[in-house]
Design a protein around this ligand. Structure first.
Ligand code: ADP
Ligand code: MG
Length: 243
């Protein structure tokens, strides 16, 4: 087994607010880890430390064998390898769907533009939006925008995908299409860490469910273990409210 992400004793404080209090987590290649937990428990902060959008206070993070916190590590290279999808999609409003998906590979990798275009169209196929290639983001529904955002992240050919509540801002009828794209990606073998409140998705797709509370991982296991027989009282309490 190959460890894609290894986190050891990770701490993160904002001023005197200690948000992460010693997180340990290894994610294997092809593994889908779903992170659940109450609002404010540090889930987003944790995801953001994994590509150094946030500077950890202490601890170790290893991505694909590279030490993220070593100043000699090529951070841009690591970031190209980690796709990230947030709650708010932030497509470039003045670019078409196709241009949004092609932008990073064309600019950063200097990919040949006809090749980048072919790959972008294939990705739009994968998320079910090839016919929207020439549309502007404003013409899309929230769920369609989020699927474009996923295609855009995949365009850099990442080997790890991070999702931070990708469906939380969507109307309920859009959620299923986005989750279906994520499930398809998981089935294709993508290594994924997904923060979500979609417990059905967690049960169906997660290899492991990790419960965060108060800056600690309080519980983890298979979906069955965590959902059917939680041991930590906070996890029990949280699951009673959301299930
Ligand atoms: P979650 O994603 O689980 O809801 P967050 O990681 O967003 O939790 O937030 C955890 C805590 O960190 C909260 O108390 C929040 O106010 C604080 N926090 C998050 N980002 C910042 C920031 N940039 N500056 C100061 N405090 C922050
Ligand atoms: Mg969050």
């Amino acid at each position: 087994m190959t460890v894609k992400v290894s986190v050891k004793d990770l701490h993160k404080s904002y001023g005197d607010n200690e948000v992460l209090k010693g997180i340990n987590l290894d994610v294997q290649e092809n593994e889908v880890v779903v992170m659940i937990g109450p609002s404010g428990s540090g889930k987003s902060t944790f995801l953001r430390t994994l590509n150094k959008l946030e500077e950890p206070t202490s601890g170790e993070i290893t991505i694909n064998g590279s030490n993220l916190l070593d100043p000699k590590t090529n951070l841009n290279k690591i970031r190209e390898n980690i796709g990230m999808v947030f709650q708010h999609f932030n497509l470039f409003p003045h670019l078409t769907v196709l241009q949004n998906v092609m932008l990073a590979p064309t600019e950063l990798k200097k990919a040949d533009s006809s090749e980048a275009k072919k790959e972008a169209l294939d990705l739009l196929d994968q998320v079910g939006l090839r016919e929207k290639a020439d549309a502007m983001p404003a013409q899309l529904s929230g769920g369609q925008k989020q699927r474009v955002a996923i295609a855009r992240a995949l365009a850099m050919k990442p080997s790890i995908m991070l999702f931070d509540e990708p469906t939380s801002a969507l109307d309920p009828e859009m959620v299923g299409d986005v989750l279906a794209v994520m499930k398809d990606l998981a089935e294709k073998g993508m290594t994924m860490i997904v923060v979500t409140h979609e417990m059905g998705f967690a049960k169906q797709v997660a290899d492991r469910v990790v419960f965060f509370a108060d800056g600690y991982i309080r519980e983890q296991g298979t979906p069955q273990e965590v959902f059917d027989n939680p041991q930590d009282p906070r996890a029990k309490d949280f699951l009673d409210k959301v299930l």
